[in-house]
Design a binder for this molecule. Structure first.
Ligand code: NAD
Length: 369
């Protein structure tokens, strides 16, 4: 097969095929349009279990390499997220290079939608950072290969509250594993990033009586959420200086890195951000050796994809909530496997996801009539 040839015979050290996170991506599509200024990259990592579903992220990336790195890491993560959550979906993701506040126009979104449509359903898009439900509605005008459209148009609506519920479930499961009880009342929890998901998580946590602290680069938003839920604002510049029970990264990825993995003063890391471990093997191991429980991001933030998958499968709210609640049980299984096999929770989760993909690849046995 072509893919294994790249692995062995034609191994490159280039910026795409040779990228650390290339990991046998099936397709990487570069989309440009001079008139609208669109520069986008769509990554389709693996379609063994189904079409590659994953959100579109718009950010003012510093350069192309940063955008490529982001799309490859995110797209690969989606494969494992869907696999471990038991969904018949593959992994993909898209990034648009630009500032959503300044560069996003209906024309640009239309052009992007046309590129998605050109992939004939191999990639199905959804909302991610820098995108809103109305952007998904715009895309829907030009292609059916989009989820997360507004409820008035038959969609499942904003996935963020469901994502937050899944993170809350994963966090409680990790707390049960660490403390012997999943009660979060009285636990000090830092939520980093109080956007769509962060806010909904803060609501669950304050409702349960946790001591919630929040931090965000958007000062206005920080004040709004603090006033709304009575959460304390963390005003320091280094979260590692703060002693806490649980750290919930809900902004950008790679916040567990060479610096924080050795300095973080928390018992548990459980948040919504994708790719929280800058280097999954190294930093996952470092957290484990320090006795810090890491609830794998791609599992506990799967509520959003469960929600948008409902649009494709036509199941309702009740089933969305049941599947999302089950993140609690899957987190427990992963943490137990991590302990029993002495591997990091991230590795345990990847193993479980890969086992499901491998099983789907097995030729089906045909019974004679
Ligand atoms: P969002 O854009 O609504 O919120 C992100 C928040 O993080 C914003 O308030 C922003 O100001 C803040 N932020 C950005 N950089 C920061 C920094 N360096 N320090 C502190 N705060 C910072 O995004 P969201 O939809 O809430 O998603 C949050 C994270 O969860 C992202 O990593 C996203 O990929 C991931 N995620 C989201 C969903 C979903 O359903 N929305 C699903 C799965 C994963």
């Amino acid at each position: 097969m072509m893919i294994s040839k790249i692995d062995s015979q034609y191994q490159t050290d280039g910026p795409v095929f040779g990228h650390d996170s290339f990991d046998n991506h099936e397709q990487i599509v570069f989309c440009t349009d001079k008139d609208t200024g669109l520069k986008a990259i769509i990554g389709i990592h693996n379609t063994t279990l189904g079409p590659a579903l994953g959100g579109t992220r718009m950010r003012p990336y510093k350069n192309e390499q940063e955008a490529i790195t982001d799309v490859l890491r995110l797209s690969r993560g989606m494969t494992y997220k869907s696999a471990i959550t038991g969904l018949n979906l593959g992994g993909g993701k898209a990034v648009i290079i630009g500032d959503p506040k300044k560069d996003k126009t209906p024309e640009l979104m239309k052009r992007f939608a046309e590129f998605v449509h050109g992939l004939s359903g191999a990639y199905i898009t959804a909302e991610d950072m820098g995108m809103e439900t109305e952007d998904m509605d715009t895309i829907r005008d030009y292609t059916p290969y989009v989820t997360g459209i507004s409820e008035s148009r038959g969609g499942a609506g904003n996935p963020s509250p469901i994502t937050a519920y899944g993170v809350y479930m994963g966090m409680k499961s990790a707390a049960c594993f660490k403390y012997g009880s999943d009660v979060l009342e009285g636990k000090s929890i830092l939520v980093e990033g109080v956007g769509h998901v962060g806010e909904a998580l803060v609501e669950h946590l304050t409702n349960e009586g946790a001591k919630v602290m929040i931090t965000d680069i958007d000062q206005e938003r920080l004040k709004l959420i603090s006033d709304r839920y009575g959460a304390a604002i963390f005003s320091g510049s280094d979260i590692c200086a703060l002693k806490m029970d649980i750290y919930a990264p809900c902004a950008l990825g790679a916040t567990i890195n060479d610096y924080s993995a050795s300095k973080l003063q928390a018992d548990i890391v459980a948040g919504a951000a994708n790719n929280q471990l800058a280097n999954a093997a190294k930093h996952g191991q470092e957290l484990m050796s320090r006795g810090i429980i890491y609830a794998p991001d791609f599992l506990i933030n799967a509520g959003g994809i469960i929600n948008v998958f409902a649009e494709l499968e036509g199941y309702g709210r009740q089933e969305i909530m049941t599947k999302t609640k089950n993140i609690y049980n899957t987190t427990t299984k992963i943490l137990e496997r991590s302990r029993d096999e002495n591997i990091t929770p991230n590795t345990a989760a990847m193993k479980m996801a890969n086992e499901r993909i491998a099983q789907a690849k097995q030729p089906k046995s045909h019974t004679k009539a």
